[in-house]
Write a protein that binds this ligand. Structure first.
Ligand code: HAM
Length: 438
């Protein structure tokens, strides 16, 4: 072993920070599968991937998400860089995708833009089950269409993704938040309703009740929830155009046989929404019941200095979805096609060459780097769950024939070692095909 000359430190001192965690291989397998399904489903709906920076100017988020939201008022990781500019680790993807849309003007080539992105987000929330400070979203945004059919398209895409990863036991919640014409009336009514109940509200909500009364709906404090439960309902205030939009959306969803529940309390925790909001919820994750959420945000592109283009989007929380799936997914059974157990230096050299040769042919081959005994190598093959083991020692090399053991059926086949890579490739590939693993 080579030791470092510098002073060693206690590993606890550099342990990961609260709310930030490692996603280990058992979990990344399910993540890979969810991501692959998302790419497949989204691309069938005409979505293309966009990658935006993790760090943006603070103003982008404070302007779009809203000053009175929990996210902006207390959860952002914000710091000044060396030049004194305020920067923020993105708490969500929508604002960044909108910024990229405005900056790169993809709409000049094609007016309806459908963009998805996958990556980490940062919010300084109180960590608990299903809630982290670094978490990951799969995010989709559609720009350039104002009609209810694009709402239905987005919702059906989200629902299809949940179906394709085997999560049928979720509920689609739906609401309309009205538009820039009808929402001010609702906001005023809500402000009046809250005015004489301020003493029952938490400190934050007392401020919000005047500044941005809709945000009182997001509050997790029981007393505030109680006040809100008797508040006027937004659906009574929708203008005819918003009502018609919502009616058409319900019709589209019925045509697509997508069940939903109407939830007038679903205001979502971000200021940019108008008209349709939706959330996919589960009963299996305790308090953190939202596995995906989104809505229409027709005014945001313009608010951030772009053209007056409508948009709608949603994001799915990876940690929560992965927790729901657990170990029950197709990549769970991924295991090496072959383990080569070699005995002696000459055999080890040959085995190493064969293993690399098989990998060059798209097969998963494993072997021991050292010179462990047969028993220890067999144990490793077993622990890895290898489908086959080929045992080669000097005798096998001399005779040019080796034994290939199928670890699942325990059958043994005699194989030619002279052209080992091609012979093994043939056998292992055929088996993959037969099992439908390719
Ligand atoms: P959001 O509801 O804030 O919406 O987040 C979307 C999803 O991200 C949630 O439903 C949840 O599954 C997950 N999530 C949020 N916070 C955490 C956390 N602290 N830990 C773990 N998972 C979390 C948005 O972010 C909007 N940008 C969605 C959108 C896209 N609207 C339009 N386009």
């Amino acid at each position: 072993m080579i030791h470092n000359e510098r002073e060693e430190i206690n590993s606890l001192e550099i342990a990961s920070i609260k709310g930030f965690r490692d996603i280990l291989p058992e979990e990344t397998r399910v993540w890979q599968w969810i991501e692959a399904e998302a790419r497949r489903v989204f691309e069938d709906f005409g979505f293309q991937e966009i990658k935006t920076p993790i760090l943006e100017k603070t103003e982008l988020f404070s302007r779009s998400i809203g000053q009175e939201t929990d996210i902006v008022s207390k959860e952002m990781y914000t710091f000044d860089d060396i030049k004194g500019r305020s920067l923020t680790l993105r708490p969500e993807a929508t604002a960044s995708v909108v910024r990229a849309y405005i900056q790169n003007r993809p709409y000049q080539t094609y007016p309806v833009q459908k963009l998805y992105s996958i990556g980490p987000m940062f919010r300084r929330e109180r960590p608990q089950k299903g809630r982290f400070r670094q978490f990951h979203q799969i995010n989709a945004e559609l720009f350039g269409d104002p009609g209810p059919r694009s709402d239905a398209d987005m919702i059906s895409m989200a629902v299809l993704l949940f179906r394709s990863i085997g999560l049928d036991d979720v509920t689609l919640n739906l609401n309309s938040l009205g538009c820039f014409d009808c929402r001010p009336r609702f906001r005023e009514e809500l402000r009046n309703y809250l005015a004489d109940k301020k003493t029952r509200l938490c400190e934050d909500c007392q401020r919000r009740a005047d500044a941005n009364p809709l945000r009182v709906f997001d509050c997790k404090v029981d007393a505030c929830k109680e006040v809100v439960s008797e508040a006027p309902s937004i659906d009574a205030f929708l203008c005819e155009a918003c009502r018609e939009h919502f009616r058409s959306l319900e019709e589209c969803l019925s045509d697509l046989e997508i069940p939903f529940v109407l939830n007038p309390l679903l205001v979502r925790g971000l200021d940019y929404y108008n008209r349709t909001t939706f959330e996919i919820q589960t009963e299996h994750l305790g308090a953190q019941n939202a596995v995906a959420g989104g809505g229409r945000y027709d005014g945001l592109v313009r608010l951030l200095g772009g053209p007056d283009h409508p948009a709608i989007g949603f994001a799915l929380g990876m940690e929560r979805v992965a927790a729901l799936i657990g170990n029950d997914h197709p990549l769970q059974d991924k295991r090496p096609d072959l383990f080569i157990a070699a005995l002696g230096e000459t055999a080890a050299r040959a085995a190493f060459k064969w293993a690399v040769g098989l990998r060059r042919n798209g097969l998963w081959a494993e072997l021991d780097y050292g010179s462990a005994g047969l028993k220890s190598q067999m144990k490793k093959a077993d622990r890895l769950g290898a489908r086959h083991v080929l045992i080669v020692g000097d005798d096998e090399l001399k005779t040019g024939r080796g034994a290939l053991r199928n670890m699942l059926t325990k059958e043994q086949a005699d194989v030619e070692l002279k052209d080992a890579v091609n012979v093994l490739k043939e056998i292992l590939k055929n088996e993959r095909e037969r099992d439908g693993r390719d």
